[in-house]
Design a protein around this ligand. Structure first.
Ligand SMILES: NC(=O)c1ccc[n+]([C@@H]2O[C@H](COP(=O)([O-])OP(=O)(O)OC[C@H]3O[C@@H](n4cnc5c(N)ncnc54)[C@H](O)[C@@H]3O)[C@@H](O)[C@H]2O)c1
Length: 258
């Protein structure tokens, strides 16, 4: 059985992706949130999945290396990687965005993806494998209040191309998925902050604000689900996608068309 490592596995999308991947892989679930990670892992283990879990801060090189080593000890050599860990944008005007905020977003969303991709390529050393990097439609929309987030995810897209080129001759594939709008903690906390800080949002509930974004941004007028994203990641990490590399697939109800 192949072994997959999932970052951000305690989050809304990460937990769904891990639950999908256990159908075909042994899975190491990793996240920085130890409590929710243990809960997610316990649920999957109760269903009989072959899994392990480890706290891993993707922005920290030694933490990433330790997670790969733990996967190898407990499950076997990692052959598949889903980079899901991430933080949302700061929600401020471009002129107010601070260097500290910019650097934090990039440290997690971009450096984190770089470190795990590099670790997998190094360990596979010329052998096949598969990577899916979770980007965002925010990488393509030029949204002023999340310039840090959009730029960090656009960097992930181009990095995915470089990883795909590096791995292609030996069958290591890398693709990116751009999720649309999914009601997870990321959107919950963003809309809560809008309600608290943005006079234009005052009086609305976070759920109403989210529904408004879906209405304005998604041609199909429906939010996406964690399962929508998990299914695409599962496909791209499987042998069914053996001839697909260097691609970006939007799962977004048509928000970004290519
Ligand atoms: N929810 C959406 O609508 C949406 C849309 C597009 C892209 N995404 C992307 O999907 C991914 C998952 O987001 P989500 O919606 O599940 O949000 P979420 O907040 O539920 O999950 C994010 C997870 O990442 C973890 N994390 C944060 N910093 C970390 C670090 N330094 N190291 C390891 N883990 C860390 C968090 O603990 C959390 O469990 C993110 O990369 C996000 O940018 C989400």
């Amino acid at each position: 059985m192949s072994v997959a490592l999932v970052t951000g596995a305690a989050g809304g999308l990460g937990a769904a992706i891990a639950a999908r991947l256990v159908e075909e892989h042994a899975v190491l679930l990793t996240d920085i949130d130890s409590g929710r990670l243990a809960e997610t892992a316990a649920k999957l283990a109760a269903d009989g999945a072959r899994i392990a879990h480890a706290v891993c801060d993707v922005s920290d090189h030694s933490s990433v290396r330790a997670a790969f080593s733990l996967a190898e000890e407990q499950l076997g050599e990692v052959t598949a990687l889903a980079n899901v860990a991430g933080v949302g944008g700061v929600l401020t005007s471009f002129t107010e965005l601070t260097v500290r905020q910019w650097d934090r977003t990039f440290a997690i969303n971009t450096r984190g993806t770089f470190l795990t991709c590099q670790e997998l390529l190094r360990r596979r050393a010329g052998r096949p494998g598969a990577i899916v990097n979770i980007a965002s439609i925010g990488a393509r929309l030029g949204m002023e209040t999340i310039a840090d987030y959009g730029a960090s995810k656009a960097a992930v897209l181009e990095m995915t191309h470089a990883v795909a080129r590096a791995g292609a001759p030996t069958g290591l594939r890398a693709n990116a998925v751009m999720p649309g709008l999914i009601w997870t903690d990321m959107w919950r906390s963003a809309t809560e902050r809008m309600v608290a800080n943005d006079p234009a949002a005052a009086g609305a509930t976070p759920e109403q604000l989210f529904a408004g974004f879906v209405d304005r941004m998604v041609p199909m007028k429906r939010p996406q689900t964690p399962a929508d994203i998990a299914e695409t990641v599962g496909f791209l990490l499987s042998d069914k996608a053996a001839n697909i590399t260097g691609q970006t697939i939007a799962v977004d109800g048509g928000a970004v068309m290519s």
